[in-house]
Write a protein that binds this ligand. Structure first.
Ligand code: NDP
Ligand code: PYC
Length: 336
C-alpha cells in the first residue's frame, strides 16, 4: 500500500490545523485531534485520522457546535453529568473525568453521563484512561439507526459500542471495545473507499437482501453480531446511554440529523468501579486470580483484546505511522 510516512507529532499538528481550519474552538481541536492520533497510532484505521474527514464534515454541515461549552453538574453523590452543548464528546469527557474518578474512589462506584454530544470516536481511549487510574470501567454510546435487529431488516439500533477496561498490576490494562454490529460502520466506509467487497453477513441492501457491496449496506441496514445476542446488547446500549440518561436513541439521532449525514448526536454513559471498594487490602490477592485467568488465555496461544493495539502503539511510537496516500490526499484537501 502506498502511503505517506509521518511522525505522531506531525500527525497531531496536521489534525489540529485541519480542525482549527474548519472552525473548531482550540480546546475542542486539541481533544479531538488526540483521539484521532491515538486511533492511528494504535492501528485502528476506522477511527484514526480518517475521522478528520468525518469530523470536518460534521462541522461544515452544522451538525456540531464548534465552540460548545461543556457544563458539569452533580445529579447525585455518585453521579456526574456533563451537558456537552452539542459539541464533540471528547472535551465533555475530559471535563467530567476528574469528578468521575473522585466519586468512584469515594463511593466505590460512580457514573458519568455525557449529554448532547456529537460522537464519531472509539471508546477505548476513555476506558483505558480510567483503567490507568486503577478503576474498572465500562462505556456505552448509541449512534445513528443503521443496524437492523436480529430477525428484521429495518434499522433501529446504532452500531452501539461497548468498551471495558480492567487495570492490571504489571502492564497496560485489559481493554476491549467493539461495536454491537458485525463491524463498525467506519470499517464498511473504508471498504467502500477502497472499492473492496465486504463479507456477506455484514448487512443487507435496501430491499433486505444480503450483499457484499459496502455502498448497498450503507444505504440498507447493517447486522448485529451474534444474532439475537448482539441485538439485545445493542438494545441495552440504547437504553443505558439514551433514555436512562435523558438522551436520544439512535432512531431519534438520525431523525434529528435530517439527512445531513453528520455524526451521531446524543449521550454516552461511562461507569467506573474502584476495586478497592469491594476488596480493600485483599485487592492484590484477587488481582492475582484475574491474572491467572489472563495467563490461561494467553498460555494456550490465544490473544487478549488490545494486545494487537498495544503492539501497534509500540511500533508507531518508535517508527511513526504511514497514512494511505488517498486518505492523505483527502485530508490535505481540507481547509486549514
Ligand atoms: P472489532 O470487531 O475489530 O473488535 C475490536 C475489539 O475486539 C478490540 O478490543 C480488539 O482488540 C478485539 N479483538 C479483535 N480481534 C480479536 C482477537 N482475535 N482476539 C481477541 N480480541 C480481538 O471492532 P469494531 O469494528 O466492532 O469496532 C471498532 C471501533 O469502532 C471500536 O473502537 C468502537 O468504539 C468504534 N465504534 C464507535 C462508535 C460510536 O458510536 N462512537 C460506534 C461503533 C464503533 P485489538 O484492538 O487489540 O485488535
Ligand atoms: O464506525 O460505527 C461507527 C461509528 C459510529 C460513530 C462513530 N463510529
Amino acid at each position: 500500500m502506498s502511503g505517506v510516512a509521518m511522525t505522531l507529532d506531525e500527525l497531531r499538528t496536521l489534525a489540529r490545523a485541519k480542525l482549527l481550519g474548519a472552525g473548531l474552538a482550540p480546546a475542542h481541536a486539541e481533544a479531538v485531534a488526540e483521539t484521532m492520533v491515538a486511533g492511528e497510532r494504535d492501528g485502528c484505521a476506522s477511527h484514526g485520522i480518517y475521522r478528520l474527514l468525518v469530523a470536518v464534515a460534521s462541522i461544515n454541515k452544522g451538525v456540531v457546535v464548534p465552540d460548545a461549552v461543556a457544563v458539569l453538574s452533580h445529579p447525585a453523590r455518585a453521579l456526574v453529568r456533563v451537558e456537552g452543548g452539542g459539541g464533540f464528546a471528547q472535551l465533555a469527557f475530559q471535563t467530567g473525568k476528574p469528578a468521575l474518578i473522585e466519586k468512584a474512589r469515594a463511593n466505590g462506584i460512580a457514573a458519568l453521563a455525557l449529554n448532547n454530544v456529537v460522537h464519531f470516536a472509539a471508546l477505548w481511549p476513555e476506558v483505558e484512561e480510567l483503567a490507568d487510574e486503577g478503576l474498572v470501567a465500562l462505556a456505552f454510546t448509541p449512534s445513528h439507526a443503521w443496524v437492523a435487529p436480529s430477525g428484521g431488516a429495518e434499522p433501529v439500533f446504532g452500531t452501539n459500542p461497548i468498551a471495558f477496561g480492567w487495570p492490571r498490576p504489571d502492564g497496560p490494562p485489559f481493554v476491549f471495545d467493539f461495536a454491537t454490529s458485525m463491524v463498525a460502520r467506519g470499517e464498511i466506509e473504508l471498504h467502500r473507499r477502497a472499492g473492496k467487497a465486504v463479507p456477506d453477513d455484514w448487512g443487507v441492501d435496501a430491499d433486505g437482501r444480503p450483499t457484499t457491496d459496502p455502498a448497498a449496506i450503507l444505504s440498507g441496514a447493517m447486522r448485529t453480531f451474534g444474532g439475537h445476542k448482539g441485538s439485545a446488547l445493542a438494545a441495552m446500549v440504547e437504553l443505558l446511554a439514551g433514555p436512562l440518561i435523558g438522551d436520544m436513541t439512535s432512531r431519534e439521532s438520525i431523525d434529528r440529523d435530517a439527512g445531513r449525514g453528520g455524526s451521531p448526536l446524543g449521550g454516552e454513559l461511562i461507569i467506573a468501579i474502584d476495586p478497592k471498594g469491594f476488596l480493600g487490602d485483599l485487592l492484590p490477592e484477587h488481582q492475582a486470580r484475574a491474572e491467572a485467568m489472563f495467563d490461561a488465555i494467553t498460555g494456550q496461544g490465544a490473544r487478549l483484546p488490545s494486545s494487537r493495539r498495544y503492539a501497534a502503539r509500540a511500533k508507531s511510537l518508535a517508527d511513526g505511522v504511514v497514512i494511505p496516500a488517498d486518505l492523505h490526499r483527502d485530508v490535505m484537501a481540507l481547509q486549514g
